[in-house]
Ligand binder design. Structure first.
Ligand SMILES: Nc1ccccc1-c1cnco1
Length: 243
């Protein structure tokens, strides 16, 4: 997968060099390039923002630098076009399902907005020649899209073939099967008066699987009833119904 990130703070994306993502880049699974939006400015002050039409607080990111950046990174006519991913508070919620969708793309271009946002015409024009996904990490306000890109890149990269050693963990993790994961424990069996649930030390893998499923259901019902309600029909089998 080829990923381009455009930001006025490219150094914010330095963590993409580390750990799993760094290894994915080193092994060729992932090719990441970070670009400074000011590369595509031409004035002496390298201006990227201006006052909003219609008044109001803050500044808006000018369309011209973004237009030239996207022309350079996704030349008109180059096939297939990349998917443009724009972290924004007004985007669709970022979910594990979306992470899987993005992981299936061959090219992604991330546009990191700052200030009050990017001139809407940038997205409107981009949408005439490439898929555009506006995505929100949640209902809170950040300074810009850079940290959102780090989150999205971690969620997407770990889904790429060859990145995670143990693919089984993908199947068992929270949100992988529509439920929150059961609690986990390791040695010692007793710690500060807290014991590991006996069943996990029983060696009875059938009962352990049942216990974990029950714990996942209980946790999800308590903390994320919305996820329980969203389970596809048939996701809950008769063994899940309290007897
Ligand atoms: N608040 C923001 C400001 C700029 C770019 C993204 C965001 C964002 C993304 N998800 C939540 O907020």
């Amino acid at each position: 997968m080829r990923v381009d990130v455009v930001s006025i703070f490219p150094e914010y994306l330095a963590p993409l060099e580390l750990s799993l993502i760094g290894r994915a880049r080193a092994t060729g699974v992932l090719d990441v390039a970070v670009h400074d939006l000011r590369t595509w400015t031409h004035d002496v002050h390298r201006t990227v923002d201006d006052t909003p039409y219609g008044g109001g607080p803050g500044m808006v990111m000018r369309p011209e630098p973004w237009g030239e950046a996207l022309d350079a990174l996704a030349p008109p006519g180059a096939e297939p076009p990349p998917r443009l991913v724009v972290p924004t508070p007004v985007g669709a919620p970022f979910t594990q399902a979306m992470a899987h969708e993005l992981a299936a793309e061959s090219r992604l271009v991330f546009a990191c907005g700052r200030y009050e946002g990017i001139d809407q015409r940038v997205l409107d024009h981009a949408a005439t020649r490439m898929p555009v996904t506006e995505v929100s990490l949640g209902d809170y306000v950040l300074f810009g899209g850079e940290v959102a890109v780090l989150v999205i890149m971690e969620a997407v990269t770990r889904l790429l073939p060859g990145v995670l050693g143990n693919v089984d963990s993908l199947a068992e993790e929270s949100h992988a099967h529509g439920l929150l994961e059961a609690p986990v424990y390791t040695k010692p069996p007793s710690w500060r008066g807290h014991e590991v649930p006996e069943i996990l030390r029983s060696g009875d893998h059938g009962r352990i699987a049942r216990w974990r499923r029950d714990q996942a259901l209980l946790r999800t019902a308590a903390r994320r009833p919305d996820m329980l309600a969203a389970l596809a029909p048939g996701e809950l089998d008769k063994k899940d119904v309290a007897t």
